[in-house]
Design a protein around this ligand. Structure first.
Ligand code: NGO
Length: 532
């Protein structure tokens, strides 16, 4: 009703020209009823910002607001992305402009923001997001989103008001690697489903999308020189469904979309184990020359490429060459976990031959932490997926590699694995690493998690989501929410903001946003959700 009046008021004034449009903004602000909900406090954001200085009167988005941006195309794309979020729910035009005073402003500046940091300042005249890079602007936009009412996420016009609390947020991430992994092999997910997840990752300032593209149950990426990998090796999935694979164009569309959300795609081809789909597609890859049948179960550790055959390395070279050519990002993940059917000597010999191939095609090796049992290449990263009960010997190997220069990405299975059940009653997921409730997944410190690891060796965190039991976006979301934002916070926020009691309140406030976005989520009893 009030909004209707403001709209009518506005229509009349529009006739009087652009000068008066500014007046409408002021007038609408003045018309705010006293009982309008207080704006979201600047520190009620996930991940917790590095520094918040509240103060001053709020800013309000009105029918007259424009989004001003100057700078390269990537910066304008961030402005466009923001406009696309705000327009449907506010019903305002929100033109993206290169000049004008006040309004929402995205500014690339020289400041001391780091590669991904930003500053957001809000006052009655303007909200300004400043950053050194478009990625920083993009992360600032995520903060702005969370400072607006959750209804801003809806795709139909909502009543507002659209107020941003006054003050300044200055923010920069703790780690450069803030990842999520999606297993598209055990069950295949379409490009649209992957895009939906990408949008959800972006909301929490994640910057890496690791795609587990091959496993025993399915090969999911077209490789021209070995076409049966996708057409045959990709033709099923866990449970015997039809599976599927990405064409090169599909994969590039995912890469492009991820980049538009400032996420880098890290493709993984798991080897030498977890390769039944490849072994089934080409008999010559098997030591005995006999192709096994396709596999639709969930056991692990039974398959291996034939380490002693030269054709194995021709195969690996072709796959890595084609995949590297499709991947603008720096990393290529070669798996290396659970090679239980490969002897230690063969495993080490295989990694010695394969890692230089990755380097030859200009990429940096990432491997599961078993790679530290071989000789990790210089600059390689190891992804730690152990858990409390992992043997001291295995942990010591990882720590030693870190001391010798191997960077670590931390994905402890009993903390960061999003496919673990929350409790014994969780209808989806696995429990080999135990039950992982929301507090457990949040309440650890990547900086001190593995004692003896030098500080700079921890490159960040990643939340893997394995899909043995997951078949659609609803399943993905139910396992990721609410744990994913917690892992994102571990990767982004300074260690001194870590506090479960405060975190759970900020987390609870996110639920209304998930509802507005249609995201499925698990209503953990550990979190004070309120009325949502
Ligand atoms: C393990 C295993 C995967 C399973 C996953 C299920 C790693 C690195 N290898 O994690 O094959 O899908 O557990 O939680």
């Amino acid at each position: 009703m009030r909004d209707g009046l403001v709209r009518q008021h506005h229509r009349t004034l529009r006739l009087l020209g652009s000068l008066l449009l500014v007046a409408v903004g002021v007038c609408a602000t003045g018309a705010a009823p006293a009982r309008a909900a207080a704006p979201t406090p600047l520190d009620r954001v996930v991940p917790a910002p590095a520094s918040v200085t509240p103060g001053g009167a709020p800013y309000r988005i009105t029918r007259g607001t424009h989004i001003r941006v100057d700078g390269p195309r990537e910066a304008r794309q961030v402005a466009q992305y923001l406009a696309d979020i705000l327009r449907p729910s506010t019903g305002y035009r929100l033109p993206v402009t290169t000049r004008g005073e006040g309004g929402i402003r995205l500014a690339l500046t020289r400041g001391d923001f780091g590669a991904e940091g930003y500053r957001l300042s809000s006052s009655p005249r303007a909200v300004t997001i400043s950053a050194r890079t478009p990625a920083g602007l993009f992360h600032g936009v995520q903060t702005l989103r969370q400072l607006l009412p959750a209804a801003v996420e809806r795709d139909t016009v909502q009543p507002g008001p659209w107020t941003v609390a006054g003050g300044t947020v200055t923010d920069t991430p703790r780690y450069g690697w803030r990842g999520a992994m999606l297993d598209v092999s055990r069950h295949f997910f379409t490009v649209e489903q992957v895009k939906r997840y990408i949008d959800q990752l972006a909301l929490y300032k994640l910057n890496k999308l690791h795609l587990h593209l091959s496993d025993d149950q399915g090969w999911r990426i077209a490789i021209d020189s070995w076409p049966r990998l996708a057409t045959y090796g990709g033709s099923t999935e866990v449970g015997g469904g039809p599976g599927g694979h990405y064409t090169k164009a599909d994969y590039q569309e995912i890469v492009r979309y991820a980049a538009s959300r400032h996420l880098e795609v890290v493709p993984e081809i798991d080897m030498p184990g977890h390769t039944n789909a490849a072994l089934a597609s080409y008999a010559e890859l098997n030591c005995d020359g006999v192709a096994p049948p396709l596999y639709t179960g969930t056991a692990v550790g039974f398959s291996s490429l034939c380490v002693g055959k030269d054709v194995t390395y021709d195969f690996v070279d072709d796959v890595i060459r084609e995949l590297a050519a499709l991947t603008p990002g720096r990393y290529l993940h070669i798996g290396g976990d659970e090679a239980h059917s490969t002897s230690h000597e063969d495993y080490a010999a295989f990694m010695d031959r394969v890692q230089p191939i990755v380097a030859k095609y200009g990429k940096t090796v990432v491997g599961w932490h078993q790679l530290t049992g071989a000789a990790p290449a210089e600059g390689a990263l190891a992804q730690y997926w152990g858990l409390d009960r992992t043997s001291a010997q295995e942990k010591a190997r990882v720590v030693k590699a870190a001391q010798n220069g191997t960077g670590l990405v931390l994905s402890p299975a009993d903390r960061a694995y999003l496919d673990m059940k929350y409790t014994e009653d969780t209808p989806l997921g696995l429990s080999w690493a135990g039950y992982v409730e929301v507090r457990r997944s949040y309440d650890w410190d990547p900086g001190t998690y593995l004692p003896g690891v030098p500080e700079g060796a921890v490159k960040g965190v990643e939340a893997p989501l394995w899909s043995e039991t997951l078949e659609d976006s609803g399943h993905i979301e139910f396992m990721a929410f609410p744990r994913l934002p917690g892992v994102a916070e571990l990767g982004w926020s300074p260690a001194d903001t870590h506090d479960w009691e405060r975190y759970k309140v900020r987390l609870a406030a996110q639920a209304e946003r998930w509802n507005a976005l249609g995201i499925e989520w698990y209503r953990s009893p550990q979190v004070p959700w309120g009325a949502q």
